[in-house]
Each structure stands twice: as C-alpha cells, then as structure tokens.
Design a protein around this ligand. Structure first.
Ligand code: GTP
Ligand code: NAG
Ligand code: NAG
Ligand code: NAG
Ligand code: NAG
Ligand code: NAG
Length: 563
C-alpha cells in the first residue's frame, strides 16, 4: 500500500507501453500449456533417482510428483529405464492432497490450469483445515455463480434491470463487481475481501479485469467465468479510478447529499440501478458507512454493487452483527481466512506457473531449507543502514547463520546441501550485499548459503502484464519458503505469507531487545479501517470493539484479526 495520508494526489496515469508487445505473446495458450507439461515429463527420471539416493527430505518437485504418482498411480509417468525396476521396492509414500482439504472443486480440467492441483506438491501441507461449513458454502457458491454467470438468462435479466436505471429490490441473481486499484498485492487482498462479502450476501462476484491482469490467473469457479464482459456492460469507464470517484451513485456521496438514507421509507422504484462502493484507502467517513449494519440492510436491495477497494477489509466485516455469526461458522479459525480463501481463489495461469516451477527447480528445490526475504522500500532509506538492519534481523532470529570473519581454513564442504535465500525486491542492492557476504566468508555453522533473486524490475509498473507475471511468480515463490522476512505495510508480503501459511518476521523493531518481530498471525492488515462504532454511533477505535481484533504490528493505524 502506497499513500499513508488521505486525499493524496492521484498517481500519474500509466505510461504507454514502449516495448510494443507488452508480453502478450507469453500468455499465448500454446506456450503456456505445453511448457510445464514438458518439464514434468522430463523430470520423472530424476525423480526416481532422487528417491533412490535417499534424499527423502528434499522438497523437490520431482520427488513430490513421484510420491504422488506412486501413491495414486494416476497419470502414470513415462518410464525411466534404469530405475523403473526398483520402483516397487520403495516404501509407500503419503498421498498429496491436491484438493487442499476439499477447498478446491474436483470439477476442473487439470491441463488448463496446472497450478491448481499441482500447488499441493509445492506447499507444505497446511494444518489450517477448512471447516466443513466453508466447503459446503463454497460448493453452493459455485453453483450459484454458474447459474448467474455472464450471458446466462438470469444474468441478462439483471443486466436489463440495470439498463432500466432503477432497482426494484433484489433479483434472483445479484452481483458484486470488483474494480481494481493499485499493485497486485493490493488487488489480491481486496478481491479476496470482495469475494467473502459476496459469499456472505449470496451475491455473485464478477471481476472487471484490467488488461494488465489478463492471463495472470486461472478461473477460480468451475465451468464458468468470473470475468465481467465489459463490452456489453451498461456502465462505462469502470477502469478509470479517478474519474469514477465522481460517479453519481457513489454510496458515500449519496448519503452525504441525503439522496439516500438507511432509515428510508422510500419506495423501491426510486432507488438507483446500482451503487458504487468506494472502499479504497482514501475514502471518506460517508463511504465508510458501508461497514455498518443498517447500511448493509439497505445494500441488500441492490442487485448491482460496484466495489473498488485496495484494502483487506475482512476484519471489519466481523463487526457487522448480520455477518458475525456466519463468519464464525465459516471460519472457526479466524486467522486463516486469507490463507484459505487466497489458496481457493488464486491459481497462477500456466505461463506464470512456468516461471514459478522453472525457477523453483533451478534454484530452490535442492536446498535443505528456504528463507524468503521480501524487501519493499517505501520512501527514502539509507541503503547501507537498511541492509545491515535486514541482515541483523535474519541473524538474530537465527534464520541465517553468522559469518566467520576470521577467514579460517575452509571446512569440509563435500556433500553439504545449501540453504537457499530467495530475495525479492525491485532493486538488486540487498541481494548483492547478502550474496557477497556468504561468498566472501564461511559461515560459523559450516552451512553453505545460496542467495537468489529472480528479477529486479527497478520500478513498479503495475500496468504491464509481464511485470505483473513476475510479481505473481515472486509472491508465489516466497510462499514456498520455510520462513519469511517481510517488509512492513506491504500487501505483496501479505499475500506471500497467506499463501504459504507463514507467520512472517516483520521488518519492524518492536523494542530495544529485538531487532525484528515475529508476527502473531499470517493474516493481512486492514490498513485504513473506519473509525466509527455503528452501534454506539460515535467515533471509536475498532481494534477495541472485539477481543480478537487489534492494531497491526507493522502499521498501528490498521486493524487485524489476532485469533
Ligand atoms: N517482481 C517484483 N515486483 C515487485 C516487488 N516489489 C514490488 N513490486 C511491484 O510493485 C507492486 C507493489 O504493489 P503491491 O503488490 O500492491 O504491494 P505493496 O507493497 O502494498 O505496494 P504499494 O501498494 O505500491 O505500496 C507489485 O505488485 C509489483 O508490481 C518485488 O519484489 N518483485
Ligand atoms: C517401460 O518399462 C517396461 C518395463 O521395464 C518396458 O517393458 C517398456 O518397454 C518401457 N517403456 C518405455 C516407453 O520405455
Ligand atoms: C444474453 O445476452 C447476450 C447478449 O445480449 C446474448 O448473446 C445471449 O445469448 C443471452 N443469453 C441468453 C441465455 O439469453
Ligand atoms: C437510463 O439513463 C441513461 C443515462 O441517463 C439514459 O440514456 C437511458 O435512456 C435511461 N434508460 C431508461 C430505460 O430510462
Ligand atoms: C422493496 O424491496 C423489498 C426487498 O428489499 C421487498 O420486500 C418489498 O416488497 C419491496 N417493496 C415494493 C413496494 O416493491
Ligand atoms: C569430507 O567429507 C566427506 C564426506 O562426508 C568424507 O568422505 C571425507 O573423508 C572428508 N574429508 C576430510 C578431509 O575430512
């Protein structure tokens, strides 16, 4: 998340693309589908050799796939002549649960989105299991979505109603249209919030997909699409963030101008056809009335809610009595909401999955441990000081070994498996500093440290598809770590920790004794929550309104679910 104060100036419009193609060719189906398949087929031989060599603890893709193949004998891999005869000597391997505890519907075509069912091979299995009730609600959401999907009869009916310029109360199919704002991390946490909001309201989530997100993700719901067909959509200019703020049906403005009120006795016929919910960080107190129960009851009348957010607003939904009970049933463990819904919704497209699996196999699979370091610099920082600080965090938290500055004779390093550090950052300075440190000096533990950084894009270019593909791949690669160090206030890090089910070490100095802080949960922070107690009708600090809410460790103005 960028701007800390409200009413900041709009960011400059996206730069026109200089390179022409903007990476669109990479998203082409042929490349995207074929490549990972080839990788898998070829690697099956290495698999068996890995198993035979006794490298049981390796998390290599090959090994994992062989385990699954051996256990399920499904999609039998091609032969590897020299090893094939010994396969039956292998002890039985645990089956990988490719549906993630029932989170994922089995009704997808596997090849169209390899990451969906292969993710389980890469992630450590999660002990945050989805509740049976959540699974039931996801399945019924999926059938509702299919019934109401774009171009169905019911969808057309709802569109007709939108064209009529009036709402006449809820229809059979009602929608939340998510609109994008800011970087990929912001988009993913807000999209997840919008999905949960739709689920709670039995509404259908459609996505106004920006050009720079096309080809990034697979469809999350089986046999249907969540993409809003914007060509035929009666409301135009959804994508112009700053112009759309002035939309006449912006909910906050309608409240402010007293055109709409929650204690309304107005007939349904005078309701507008839709409402625009302006839920980005720089909204005002009227927009934030969205988080009150009376307002939610009014919003139920509208078949179309257009919602723009860059926030993780899930914590505030717990303060709306209407949703509270349902939320507790859905998520007996409140702190795994993003972890579960993120894994449910976001599946890298085959092209992005190619980036992820190639990089993982080349640099990370063979390590005995993986540490992810997400370094996001906001504002001016002294590079040398900040680099020392980050390294200090890793050393004092025992995530990395110290170096031996005495330069003693090299120890016997034969057959030592490296520890891998994956650095993600827009620049390469931090990576170089760390790599040089372990190149120039031995470690005190005898460990060998490999330091890797997939890209250094130098600047944020959210409007470019190829840039976003790398961003997603890196978020995902970070999530494959055993431990994570993340930058404060960064939604990029939030998504990685959520995917991975990891409590990150935050680059926040909690006190004089500790250099950085081991976060209590893996949940994202809601950076800019409302500050109004709807029940008491007065200003309040929301963190004090429920025992499980608190101020974020990395951004005290924000609120977060702590248990
Ligand atoms: N490839 C890559 N891109 C990055 C990295 N850090 C930031 N970016 C880019 O910058 C964007 C940052 O926006 P978000 O993903 O929303 O994350 P954030 O840290 O909350 O950033 P802001 O909202 O801009 O403050 C990402 O989506 C990427 O496009 C990185 O380590 N690797
Ligand atoms: C696979 O292995 C079996 C038994 O080892 C052998 O008979 C067969 O020809 C092999 N197939 C291929 C495609 O190599
Ligand atoms: C819905 O409307 C679209 C566009 O007008 C049309 O192509 C489609 O056939 C309609 N669907 C049904 C089921 O009527
Ligand atoms: C709805 O409003 C638009 C824009 O104000 C107008 O062009 C259109 O004719 C209206 N439609 C109906 C059915 O009144
Ligand atoms: C208005 O909509 C509500 C549902 O929100 C419905 O119960 C009510 O009957 C409608 N009133 C009229 C006058 O159509
Ligand atoms: C180094 O380690 C290897 C394997 O652990 C061992 O075979 C070899 O004897 C060791 N060499 C020395 C000099 O200690």
């Amino acid at each position: 998340m960028k701007m800390e104060q409200k009413d900041t100036k709009p960011p400059p419009p996206p730069e026109p693309e200089k390179e022409g193609t903007g990476g669109a060719h990479i998203a082409s189906a042929g490349f995207g589908v074929a490549r990972p398949l080839v990788v898998l087929a070829l690697s099956t031989c290495a698999v068996l050799l890995t198993v035979l060599s006794g490298a049981h603890r390796s998390l290599s893709l090959d090994l994992l796939i062989s385990r699954q193949a051996a256990a399920t004998s499904e999609g039998a891999p091609k032969n590897c002549s020299s090893a094939s005869s010994t396969i039956d000597v292998e002890p039985p391997k645990p089956t990988v649960d490719k549906f993630l505890g029932g989170l994922l519907s089995p009704n997808f075509d596997e090849a169209s989105c390899l990451s969906r069912y292969q993710s389980a091979l890469f992630w450590k299995s999660s002990n945050h299991t989805p509740s049976p009730y959540l699974l039931q609600r996801l399945r019924s959401y999926e059938s509702l979505h299919k019934k109401c999907a774009p171009n169905t009869e019911l969808y057309n009916k709802s569109i007709e109603q939108l064209r009529s310029n009036h709402s006449t109360g809820p229809l059979e199919c009602n929608y939340v249209v998510w609109m994008a704002s800011d970087g990929l991390g912001n988009r993913m946490i807000s999209l997840t919030s919008a999905f949960l909001y739709a689920l709670l309201n039995n509404k259908v989530l459609l996505v106004d997909l920006p050009e720079d997100m096309k080809g990034l993700f697979c469809e999350p719901f089986p046999d249907t699409t969540w993409v809003l067909p914007s060509v035929d959509f009666p409301i135009k200019n959804l994508k112009s963030v700053w112009a759309f703020e002035k939309d006449p049906y912006r909910y906050g403005d309608m409240l402010k101008n007293k055109v709409l009120s929650t204690d309304l006795s107005t007939s349904n016929a005078s309701l507008p056809a839709y409402l625009y919910l302006h839920l980005i960080h720089a909204n005002d107190d009227f927009d934030k009335m969205f988080y009150c129960e009376d307002d939610q009851i009014l919003l139920q009348k509208f078949p179309w809610l257009l919602l723009r957010s860059n926030q993780y607003f899930v914590p505030a939904l717990f303060l709306i009595p209407e949703f509270e009970k349902e939320l507790n049933l859905l998520f007996p463990e409140r702190t795994s909401i993003f972890h579960l819904l993120g894994r449910y919704l976001f599946h890298p497209s085959n092209s992005v999955w190619g980036y992820i699996t190639r990089y993982y196999e080349a640099y990370l699979a063979n390590a005995k441990e993986r540490l992810g370091m997400q370094i996001r610099i906001l504002g001016n920082v002294d590079f040398a000081k900040h680099a020392s600080y980050i390294i200090n965090c890793a050393l004092s938290s025992k995530l990395l070994p110290d170096v031996d500055l005495k330069d003693s004779a090299p120890s016997n390093l034969t057959e030592v498996k490296p520890k891998a550090v994956l650095v993600t950052s827009l620049n390469s300075g931090y990576f170089e500093r760390l790599r040089d440190m372990y190149y120039e000096h031995a470690t005190t533990t005898g460990d060998v440290i490999g330091v890797y950084q997939p890209s250094h894009e130098e600047e944020q270019h959210t409007e470019k598809l190829n840039h976003n593909m790398k961003a997603l791949a890196e978020i995902y690669l970070l999530s494959l770590s055993d431990a994570l160090i993340t930058s404060r206030f960064s939604t990029f890090g939030y998504v990685a920790q959520g995917f991975g089910g990891l409590r990150p070490w935050l680059l926040v100095r909690p006190d004089a004794k500790n250099v950085c802080l081991h976060s209590v949960t893996m949940e994202p922070c809601f950076h800019f929550p409302p500050s109004y107690d709807c029940k008491a009708r007065r200003k309040a600090d929301l963190a004090t309104l429920a025992p499980f809410l608190g101020h974020c460790e990395d951004f005290p103005n924000g609120i977060k679910l702590f248990y």
